[in-house]
Design a protein around this ligand. Structure first.
Ligand code: SF4
Length: 410
């Protein structure tokens, strides 16, 4: 059995490639007003030096000459967002530069974006500011520059500590290069470094995975994200097919090994695919899982404001052209019904170890009182779901089986 809910991509809420279920239409003249007291900001930097075989994210081939046009368009998008009547009054609590490869930006380029965000939006002085970095694009100068610019957190795409696996993934770094990048981040002053791994990979046996997990935890990262491979549409592997994938019970065992080792090392398993030392949970990603609101900037970025989920145009060329014409680059948007909102809050909240208020479950049960109480009882009886203190949460095994519950709660 493949660990459910633990897929490589959090498309709908984290990644620009996943703005599904939205209606094609012309973009609005101004952004929707948020409901909540604060916002996160997701900034998509699409550039990559090459495309990894498993990748379905919205990427563009890196050309140094293309970056200034992208940055000018991004600045224009920030201006348009700042023109919304509510913008000055809503604090920005987190900023996440995702990609693509954000660490292809030089420190002056990153500074220009951050300065513009701070000048035009109400960025909180203590905002968590994360930059995703690929190991091969990390240098002491680059990370020292990022730190000086106010970046508080580095998310390092390690993926594997086996060079054979890294080569099969088309990654441009080696295991030694990833370790060096981690140490560079520490020396640059980052006391909050997250690392990413992928399991369920072709040719990845349990022993190699366990060695990778142990090796990575020995570095002493503050946060660990580990996603099970999925062959998503848009990836080369999806198009061409992929052989050599491990059996489902091997993938399940890889998930369990990771959870066990992380717990032994003092990590909290706070979300299906995420582990953190106490106090080091990702503030930005918790915005997604708590179904809170965030602004989307950059090609293909997705946002959630008020009751509306929206996505920007994906092609970098078109994104730039729309902003040069003074238009918000929104391609798709969908206003959620009350029922959709409830389902999203439940499905996202149950990904977290903190779970959801029982009142939310009761609201959902009231819509199907004949079917859902027995289903939830059976999950509790099998110790997959635990209720107490007014909240319900999935257990470690419940996480593993969560897709089956999520389908029922939709
Ligand atoms: S570096 Fe990341 S975003 Fe770029 S192609 Fe590889 S997986 Fe995709």
């Amino acid at each position: 059995m493949r660990p459910s809910g633990a897929a490589l991509h959090l498309d709908l809420f984290e990644r620009p490639a996943g703005c599904v279920r939205m209606l094609e239409g012309s973009g609005p003249a101004t952004l929707w007003a948020p409901r909540g007291p604060a916002l996160g900001v997701y900034v998509h930097v699409p550039f990559c030096v090459k495309r990894c075989g498993y990748c379905s994210f919205n990427t563009a081939l890196y050309r140094e000459a293309a970056v200034p046009r992208y940055l000018a368009a991004l600045a224009r998008e920030i201006d348009l967002a700042a023109g919304a009547p509510w913008a000055a009054a809503v604090p920005i609590s987190t900023i996440f530069f995702g990609g693509g490869t954000p660490s292809l930006l030089t420190p002056p380029q990153l500074v220009s974006v951050l300065e513009h965000l701070r000048a035009r939006l109400a960025v909180a002085p203590d905002a968590e500011i994360t930059v995703e970095c690929n190991p091969e694009s990390v240098s002491p100068e680059r990370l020292t520059g990022y730190r000086a610019a106010g970046v508080t957190r580095i998310s390092l795409g390690v993926q594997s500590l086996d060079d054979r696996v890294l080569t099969s993934l088309d990654r441009a770094h080696s295991a030694a290069g990833a370790r060096a990048a981690f140490e560079t981040a520490r020396r640059a002053g980052f006391d909050n470094v997250s690392t990413d791994l992928i399991y369920g990979l072709p040719g990845l046996d349990l022993a190699t995975w366990e060695t990778t997990v142990r090796g990575l935890l020995d570095w002493g990262p503050d946060h660990l994200s580990a996603y099970g491979l999925t062959l998503d549409e848009g990836s080369r592997w999806h198009a061409t097919g992929m052989t050599g994938l491990p059996a489902e019970d091997t993938v399940t065992e890889q998930y369990r090994v990771l959870a066990r080792r992380a717990a032994e090392t003092g990590f909290e398993h706070y979300e299906i695919s995420n582990y953190a030392r106490p106090g080091r949970r990702s503030a930005h990603n918790q915005i997604y899982w708590r179904a809170e609101e965030y602004l989307a900037l950059g090609p293909g970025a997705c946002g959630f404001l008020g009751d509306t989920r929206y996505g920007n145009v994906k092609a970098t060329e078109r994104y730039c052209a729309m902003l040069e014409a003074g238009t918000l680059p929104i391609a798709t948007h969908e206003t959620l019904t009350a029922r959709q909102r409830l389902a999203e809050r439940l499905l996202l909240g149950l990904r977290l170890s903190e779970g959801v208020p029982d009142a939310w479950l009761a609201e959902r049960v009231a819509l199907e009182p004949g079917r859902l109480p027995a289903l939830l009882d059976s999950w509790r009886e099998r110790s997959l779901l635990v209720s107490g203190g007014g909240r319900s949460h999935l257990t470690e095994t419940g996480f593993l089986l969560s897709d089956a519950l999520f389908v029922e709660l939709l």
